[in-house]
Design a protein around this ligand. Structure first.
Ligand SMILES: Cc1cc2nc3c(=O)[nH]c(=O)nc-3n(C[C@H](O)[C@H](O)[C@H](O)COP(=O)(O)OP(=O)(O)OC[C@H]3O[C@@H](n4cnc5c(N)ncnc54)[C@H](O)[C@@H]3O)c2cc1C
Ligand SMILES: *[C@@H]1O[C@H](CO)[C@@H](O)[C@H](O)[C@H]1NC(C)=O
Length: 406
């Protein structure tokens, strides 16, 4: 066991909280930097939206959260907890609903943070604006932060864990003709309530949970909702159970008279296009001289989505993988990071880690998986099992029923 390290954790969402707990258990000294005035990250519902509904204007004030008011989890409550701190069934303010509302997840995170004494480790209203290697051997980390929008400070840490989330910067669909299309556009990041869609004809692009949820939300008051999906073999069809919603293929192009033309031949005179097309990874504060970069939504190179081989174990990322049991996955990642910061020589050599990353990329390519799916786990059990094995832990049984074994 090495002496306790000074560790900076960036963000107090699920990832930052799980990481803080794991590091605290190992006796490290931790500061959790959180730019908002409360913990919870994504699960903190924020009724405000950004000034640019597509998120393109670089001078806009950024709102972190993307939750809409009606959101319930898309995973059953058994998968919304950590393996050693489960999401409660119905008691003390917990509903017992199979898919709890977002307020309940926030309550869970607050309970988790109080129970393990994490709240006092968080520096609220403190935004990290720069993270950079410093020191005579370049082996320490400078963190520059701004407290309450005005007080700048610089501090040195032994290690940094990046937990800043990845559901804030919109990823947009490219649509031929969009520059001249006269309607309104919005990304789901800025969707909160259905009211602005009253009596409108809306095209919703996407096929993830947000696209489905939001379509259901707005079709109550919109005139028509047309869902556009990328998956092949989609036929124009009326959506069952909704009387004013249709499923289409991809958009072919849009015209200056307001028409949206779908590849399936349908033409719709639409008022609004709503992009439910996901998000970009984004680390505006991180300066690594190109050692870690984001290219087409691939953060890399990262060994097991967590450690840049050249900077391991002192720089790490928790919370990047998606399409998995997110809380369980984050809990394991956090423990593994803490484990590697506490011991010595647990990770393979830099060369071996780099080769592992290359091999992972090669396999993705061979299977025809696009680069922007690098951190997508496709609901497979493999990564979680690998992490659990590194830690000598068993995965809970509920998770095995939910995720696929290949
Ligand atoms: C609409 C929507 C629905 C979802 N539904 C589910 C679901 O049903 N089930 C599920 O398991 N997951 C769901 N997710 C995924 C969700 O993102 C994860 O559950 C989880 O919130 C990820 O936590 P995180 O800590 O990695 O990121 P976040 O929750 O985004 O937290 C990041 C934190 O970092 C802070 N931060 C960022 N930058 C800085 C900085 N420079 N300085 C200081 N602080 C900073 C932010 O303020 C924030 O508090 C959903 C996501 C979205 C967007
Ligand atoms: C990681 O941090 C420790 C403690 O500051 C330091 O001794 C070590 O050299 C660092 N490792 C790297 C690869 O920079």
């Amino acid at each position: 066991m090495t002496p306790p390290l000074q560790v900076a954790v960036i963000g107090a969402g699920v990832s930052g909280l799980a990481t803080a707990r794991a590091l605290k258990n190992s006796g490290h000294r931790i500061v959790v930097f959180e730019k908002l005035s409360q913990l919870g990250g994504t699960w903190l519902y924020d009724p405000r939206v950004e000034s640019d509904p597509l998120g393109l204007d670089p001078t806009r004030e950024i709102i972190h959260g993307s939750l809409y008011k009606s959101l319930c989890t898309n995973l059953p409550r058994q998968l919304m907890g950590f393996s050693d701190y489960p999401f409660p069934e119905s008691r003390n303010g917990y509903s017992g609903d199979r898919f709890p509302g977002h307020e309940e997840v926030l309550k869970f995170l607050n309970d988790f943070a109080s129970e393990f004494g994490l709240v006092e480790l968080i520096r609220f209203d403190c935004e990290v604006v720069r993270v950079e290697r410093v020191g005579s051997r370049n082996d320490r980390w400078l963190i520059e932060s701004i407290w309450c929008n005005n007080l700048k400070s610089k501090e040195i840490f032994d290690a940094v864990v990046v937990c800043n989330g990845h559901h804030t910067q919109p990823r947009l669909a490219t649509i031929p003709g969009i520059e001249k299309w006269p309607g309104k556009q919005m990304h789901s990041h800025n969707y909160r309530v259905p009211d602005p869609f009253r009596d409108k004809i809306v095209v919703v692009i996407g096929q993830g949970p947000s696209a489905v949820d939001i379509s259901r939300d707005i079709c109550e008051i919109a005139r028509e909702v047309h869902l556009s999906s990328r998956s092949p073999n989609v036929k124009v069809s009326k959506l069952v159970s909704l009387n004013n919603a249709w499923q289409h293929s991809m958009i072919d192009c849009v015209n200056k008279n307001g028409e949206v033309a779908f590849e399936d031949g349908a033409l719709v005179q639409a008022d609004i296009i709503l992009h439910c097309t996901g998000y970009e990874y984004c680390f505006p504060f991180l300066k690594t001289d190109g050692i870690v970069s984001v290219e087409n939504n691939r953060v890399g190179p990262l060994y097991k989505h967590i450690f840049p081989p050249k900077l391991a174990p002192n720089l790490s990322f928790v919370g990047l993988p998606y399409q998995t049991a997110v809380f369980q996955s984050i809990g394991l990642q956090a423990k593994w990071v803490s484990h590697n910061l506490s011991g010595s020589r647990l990770l393979p050599s830099e060369e071996e880690m780099a080769a592992d990353v290359e091999e992972y990329y090669r396999q993705m390519e061979a299977k025809g998986i696009p680069q922007h799916h690098t951190h997508c786990l496709h609901l497979k059990l493999e990564f979680l099992e690998w992490l659990a094995a590194q830690l000598g832990l068993e995965l809970g049984s509920g998770i095995k029923e939910f995720l696929r074994v290949d």
